[in-house]
Write a new protein. Structure first.
Length: 465
């Protein structure tokens, strides 16, 4: 039951309300009680003052025990107040006058003479507030005790407590029922959303939650959920395209392998040259398969964040010269001039083998897509964010409308042309882009036209990871 938000909300709400009401009831009760006591004490002092003024006025002209008795009787007669008892004591603690016709049994008070000025006492099962005031008449030390009954006050406070005892549970009951329905009503859109969300799966990832009010919290929640669906949908699409492209790319070399093997096996007698030729075709296609599978493996691990960078300190200028040296033979065989220029020492902290792979990819593309007699120049210099490597060629260039797509996976400007030249599957630049990003840098096609292309790679001097 407590797993329901509605019930939990109601319990919290009722609990907090109960605490507030109980606190309010207790504080009201105690404040009123204090107030009553204070008012009673100050009125006791006033009444006693007035009583003693009468006694003193009456005993002014006469003296003797009779005169004192008469004066006390007059004062008692003049101060007949409901719920108030006057008792006069002599110096031995004996009662010499009392306003009660039937004298109260005061034995339980533990010695009247010992009574303190203001105290709550119990006499004959009744609570009284006592006030004691010493006074002298004709040199006699006397005491006036004023007892004010607390009966009415107690009755009022008891009624108040009784009212609280009924009103608080009733209020809590009403509030919890109201609170439950309110919570139910406010959470209805969430229930509806969850029902809608349950219907959305891989087959209808384009469906969205309906939004009634996009400005309130629930509308915002639905909006965020829809945005999440949008992102999932896009990545699902991308994943599907990736899988389709990957299988398409893998199918061609596999078909060639099968075809070539079948041809070789179908003829019972073949010359060693023919076998050699078949094997070399098989080897070249197997190499192509290996490149594609390795590329896919790298990208999959990169996507999953599982490709660790092995960072070390080295010189970028040396790495660039090494890459240029590695490709010089290939470029020379194609009749392309390959030059490198990295003037000064460029220390860097990065993954050397990944940077080598990225530079070779971009440089290899430049050589591959530059016709005989062309030129390729790789250079590196400082720039404000670190280093900037530029690879410039005098090749055929990339059509302007395709500039934004060349870093996509499996994208090739001209698929037929690329395959015929025995090039990659269109993964090289995607892997290069990931390597640059993994180092906190980026790669961009700065310019490409009929005069050639210019790729720029920006790298920080130290990898952030
Ligand atoms: P591939 O392995 O096919 O070269 P890449 O991802 O490295 O794949 O490159 C994607 C496509 O971008 C290539 O197929 C090619 O069409 C185009 N391309 C890349 N570099 C150049 C360049 N320097 N000149 C012209 N086209 C290029």
């Amino acid at each position: 039951m407590f797993s329901s938000v509605r019930v939990r909300l109601t319990c919290w709400y009722t609990g907090v309300l109960a605490c507030v009401l109980v606190l309010l009831a207790f504080s009201t009760y105690f404040v009123l009680r204090e107030n009553f006591s204070r008012r009673m004490d100050s009125s006791a002092a006033e009444i006693a003052g007035s009583f003693l003024a009468t006694v003193s006025a009456e005993t002014k002209d006469e003296s003797g025990p009779k005169a004192l008795q008469d004066a006390l009787a007059t004062a008692i007669a003049e101060h007949r107040l409901a719920d108030t008892t006057f008792i006069a004591l002599d110096s031995h603690g004996q009662v010499i006058a009392s306003s009660e016709d039937h004298p109260l049994n005061l034995n339980g008070l533990g010695g009247l003479a010992a009574l303190q000025s203001l105290r709550t006492v119990r006499v004959e099962n009744h609570s009284y507030r006592s006030y004691v005031k010493p006074f002298t008449v004709d040199g006699q030390e006397l005491k006036l005790i004023l007892l004010q009954s607390l009966h009415r006050q107690h009755e009022f406070l008891e009624n108040l407590a009784g009212t609280f005892a009924i009103v608080i549970p009733l209020t809590l009951l009403l509030a919890s029922v109201g609170g439950y329905f309110l919570a139910r009503r406010s959470l209805l859109p969430v229930v509806a959303m969850s029902e809608q969300a349950k219907q959305i799966g891989a087959s209808n990832l384009r469906d969205r939650l309906s939004i009634k009010n996009s400005t309130d919290e629930l509308g915002q929640l639905a909006l965020s959920f829809n945005e999440l669906l949008q992102r999932l949908d896009a990545s699902f699409d991308q994943q599907q395209r990736f899988t389709a492209d990957a299988s398409h790319e893998l199918r061609t070399p596999v078909a060639i392998l099968f075809g070539e093997a079948d041809v070789a096996l179908s003829q019972s007698v073949r010359s060693p040259e023919e076998y050699r030729e078949s094997l070399s075709i098989l080897r070249s296609e197997a190499g192509r398969l290996k490149d594609i599978v390795e590329g896919l493996f790298t990208l999959t691990r990169a996507d999953a964040g599982q490709y660790p960078l092995t960072v070390s300190d080295f010189y970028l200028d040396e790495l660039i010269s090494e890459c240029a040296r590695n490709l010089r033979t290939l470029a020379a065989a194609k009749g392309v001039e390959l030059a490198s220029h990295a003037g000064k020492e460029l220390p860097i902290r990065a993954d050397e083998s990944l940077l080598r792979r990225m530079i070779l990819n971009v440089l290899d593309n430049a050589v591959k897509y530059t016709p005989r007699g062309g030129k390729v120049l790789i250079a590196c210099k400082d720039c404000d964010t670190g280093y900037c490597i530029t690879v410039r060629d005098t090749g055929e260039g990339i059509p302007a409308e395709l500039h934004s797509r060349i870093f996509e996976r499996f994208f090739r400007v001209d698929k037929v042309r690329s395959r015929n030249e025995g090039s990659g599957a269109g993964l090289g630049l995607s892997i290069s882009a990931w390597i640059a990003e993994a180092h906190g840098g980026r790669i961009e096609l700065s310019h490409s036209g009929q005069q050639g292309s210019l790729f720029s790679i920006f790298l920080p001097t130290a990898s952030p990871r």
